[in-house]
Design a protein around this ligand. Structure first.
Ligand code: MN
Length: 417
C-alpha cells in the first residue's frame, strides 16, 4: 500500500500521522462551540457533521446529530466503506470539491478533542504472554506464572464504561484498601504503586446476540484506540483473588481521541504467533488478526523532560481482538455498538518492551533511572504518562495520536464534604 495523495500538502508528508490513508474518527470543538464529529487530515480537523449537512457526503439523516460515532457505526460496514471512499475522493489530489471542503477544515492546533464515542460497555483482557509471565512470576512465582487456563482462554474481566476518559484528562491517585507484606491488617491509604498498562482498545461497531465466529467478530470491529488501563498495584494485589481486579482498575482508563479504523489498518495485518497448545475450534482464526503497530510510553515528571520508558508492538499479543470478541459471545453475552475491548497489557520479550511500570521496575526492585537523578518504580504525583502508536506504510504513517494523562495527588481527606 502506498500513500494516497491529498491536495492538502501536510497530509502527504511521510511522517504525518494523518495522511489520506488514515481518516481516523474523532470529536472536536473550537472555543465556545459545540463538539462535532470529525476526521483528521494532515494538520487539520475536517468537520464531517458540516460536510454531511452541506450534502458533500451521503449519510442517513441524523448520523452526526450527536457528538459521537456510535450512530455512524450502527449503520454498518457498507456505510463505513462508502463514507471512507467519499472522503478519499473529496480530499484526494485532483478533487473538484477542494473549495467546498476547505470551508470545513480547522487547524488541529486550535481544536479541543473529546471522547470519540459513547462507551457502551468496557471489557479488559490479559492476552500478552510476556506480560502474563512477568506479572505471574512476581505475584505467584516462576513455577505458577502462567495460569493453567491461559493458553486456552482469552482471559478478561468486565470493567466499567464510566471509567473511560479521553486523552488529556487528569487522573487522581486513588485511595483504596491495601495490605502489604508487613501489615498485620489491611489499611485504607492512597495507592503507593499506581501504574500504567499500555494497551490497544478495539471498538465494537456492530451489535450481536448469541455466539459469533472469529470471522464474524472481526467484521464487527470498527477500529482501534490507544488505551491506558491505569492500575493500582497495591490495591490489586490484596483484592484480586478470587474474582479478579475490581477497584484497582476502576479509577480511570484513558483512550486516544482518534479511532483508527480497521479499514486503515488492513494493510498491516500480522498473524497471531504459533499456538503453544491447541486451541478449541471456535477460537481458530483464518485472517491474520493482529497488526504491526509500534507503541511507546513516555514519562514526564512535573517540569522535566520526557523519557520513553517502553517500546513494544501490538503484534506481541497471543490472542487477537477478534478472538477475544468471539470468546466474549460464547455465553450468549450480547455486544453493543460502542463496546470497548482492551487488549491487555502489551509487553515484548525484552526489558525495554514491558508495558507497565510493575514489569519495568520488577515490582519496585529495579527502579528506572530518569534524567536529573530521578528514579521511578511507580508513578509519582504530577507525572504525565503518554502512550503513542503508529504503523508505517510505503511513504506514509498511520498515527493514533496520544493517550496522555497527568496523575494528580490523592485527595487529602476522601470522605470530607
Ligand atoms: Mn489491563
Amino acid at each position: 500500500m502506498t500513500l494516497i495523495r491529498s491536495w492538502l500538502p501536510a497530509a502527504n508528508d511521510a511522517a504525518c500521522p494523518f495522511p489520506l490513508n488514515n481518516l481516523p474518527c474523532g470529536v472536536f470543538s473550537v472555543a465556545g462551540g459545540a463538539p462535532r464529529c470529525c476526521t483528521a487530515i494532515g494538520d487539520k480537523v475536517l468537520d464531517v457533521a458540516a460536510l454531511a449537512a452541506a450534502g458533500l457526503v451521503a449519510v442517513p439523516p441524523g448520523t452526526f446529530d450527536a457528538p459521537a460515532w456510535n450512530a455512524f457505526m450502527a449503520h454498518g460496514p457498507a456505510l463505513w466503506a462508502s463514507f471512507r471512499a467519499e472522503l478519499t475522493a473529496l480530499l484526494g489530489e485532483g478533487s473538484d470539491s477542494e473549495a467546498a471542503v476547505a470551508q470545513h477544515l480547522v487547524p488541529l492546533a486550535e481544536a479541543a478533542l473529546h471522547m470519540p464515542m459513547t462507551v457502551a460497555e468496557y471489557t479488559d483482557f490479559y492476552a500478552s504472554k510476556h506480560h502474563a509471565m512477568n506479572v505471574g512470576t512476581m505475584f505467584r512465582g516462576a513455577e505458577n506464572a502462567l495460569p493453567p487456563n491461559w493458553l486456552s482462554i482469552p482471559i478478561g474481566y468486565n470493567g466499567r464504561a464510566s471509567s473511560v476518559v479521553v486523552s488529556g484528562t487528569e487522573v487522581r491517585r486513588p485511595w483504596g484498601q491495601v495490605k502489604g507484606p508487613d501489615d498485620a491488617l489491611p489499611r485504607f491509604a492512597p495507592s503507593a504503586r499506581f501504574d500504567i498498562e499500555l494497551e490497544l482498545g478495539a471498538i465494537v461497531g456492530q451489535p450481536s446476540s448469541g455466539p459469533v465466529t472469529v470471522a464474524e467478530a472481526g467484521a464487527m470491529i470498527f477500529g482501534y484506540v490507544l488505551l491506558n488501563d491505569w492500575s493500582a498495584r497495591d490495591i490489586q494485589a490484596w483484592e484480586y483473588q478470587p474474582l479478579g481486579p475490581f477497584q484497582a482498575k476502576a479509577t480511570a482508563t484513558t483512550i486516544s481521541p482518534w479511532i483508527v479504523t480497521a479499514a486503515a489498518l488492513e494493510p498491516f495485518r500480522v498473524a497471531i504467533p504459533p499456538r503453544e497448545r491447541e486451541i478449541l475450534p471456535y477460537l481458530e482464526e483464518a485472517l491474520p488478526g493482529l497488526y504491526d503497530i509500534a507503541l511507546e510510553v513516555g514519562l514526564t515528571p512535573e517540569g522535566g523532560e520526557e523519557t520513553v520508558i517502553s517500546r513494544t508492538n501490538y503484534c506481541e499479543m497471543y490472542f487477537s481482538a477478534a478472538q477475544q470478541l468471539a470468546h466474549h459471545t460464547t455465553s450468549g453475552c450480547s455486544m453493543r455498538v460502542g463496546d470497548l475491548l482492551g487488549s491487555g497489557t502489551i509487553s515484548g520479550p525484552e526489558k525495554g518492551n514491558r508495558g507497565s511500570l510493575l514489569e519495568l521496575s520488577w515490582g519496585g526492585k529495579e527502579p528506572l533511572d530518569l534524567p536529573g537523578g530521578l528514579t521511578r518504580s511507580f508513578i509519582a504525583d504530577n507525572d504525565t504518562l503518554t502512550l503513542r502508536g503508529a504503523t508505517k506504510g510505503d511513504g506514509y504513517t498511520i498515527g493514533f495520536g496520544e493517550a496522555r494523562g497527568k496523575v494528580i495527588p490523592a485527595l487529602e481527606h476522601p470522605y470530607e464534604r
